[in-house]
Design a protein around this ligand. Structure first.
Ligand code: PGA
Length: 239
């Protein structure tokens, strides 16, 4: 399975930045996915012409209804998106999303036939208190959807996002092994097929080392995904 390189553009990107996605699509790089802001999804789908899978950064738990300003998974699929990120720590922090909310969004994403990237991760205080594994266990217990199909987990330590800090490779290995154990306990043998991404300050300089860690099936990249040059450098460092 080639490593999966997913870019999360967060609240970045105007029409002119579509050229970056066109460049990524034209590069021939395998397994590069991009989650642009909602406003660019339709244009991104067109310029990527299937070479880069385009997704949403969030979705509502309902398919439609009176929820001003929200976007459903069905709407993302209707635009040609192929995946959705749920439970990103910035949404948990800024929008107060609970594990139950994340589970409902993951379920909605699967119902719309999107692949779902479900994010989990501990804060600095939780890591310092030795609670990393307990936090990951609780987040998975509260947020996993009913089955493993179409599911990807992203392990993103909150303190590593946008800070330039990353855990040691041994810490990444331990966290991914713990997550794998939890997923197999929950889904049985199907849990072995769930890809686990690492996210948090991934750059062209550290991607090769991170992608060599056992059970790191790819990376979820924020800041370093905004230009084709940087994201393609990460993709080309995959072993
Ligand atoms: P970062 O963000 O690469 O800028 O640290 C990662 C993420 O939030 O997915």
């Amino acid at each position: 399975m080639p490593a999966l390189i997913v870019g999360n553009w967060k609240m970045n990107g105007l029409g002119e930045d579509i050229a970056e996605i066109a460049h990524m699509a034209g590069s021939g790089a395998r397994s590069v996915w991009i989650a642009p802001p909602f406003t660019l999804i339709d244009r991104a789908v067109i310029v990527s012409a299937g070479a880069v899978k385009i997704g949403g950064q969030d979705c509502h738990a309902n398919a439609k209804g009176a929820h001003t300003g929200c976007v459903s998974a069905l709407m993302l699929a209707d635009l040609g998106a192929g995946f959705v990120i749920v439970g990103h720590s910035e949404r948990r922090r800024d929008n107060g999303e609970s594990d139950a909310d994340v589970r409902a969004k993951a379920t909605a994403g699967r119902a719309a036939e999107l692949e779902v990237i479900l994010c989990i991760g501990e804060t600095r205080a939780q890591r310092n208190a030795g609670q990393t594994e307990a936090v990951l266990t609780a987040q998975l217990a509260g947020s996993l959807p009913d089955d493993a199909e179409g599911l990807i987990i992203a392990y993103e330590p909150v303190w590593a996002i946008g800070t330039g800090l990353t855990p040691t490779l041994d810490d990444v290995k331990a966290a991914h092994a713990h997550i794998r154990g939890q997923i197999v306990a929950r889904f049985g043998p199907n849990g072995h097929g769930v890809r686990i991404l690492y996210g948090g300050s991934v750059t062209p300089a550290n991607a090769a080392d991170l992608l060599r860690v056992a059970d790191v099936g790819g990376v979820l990249v924020g800041g370093a995904s905004l230009t084709a040059e940087s994201l393609l450098a990460i993709a080309s460092s995959a072993p």
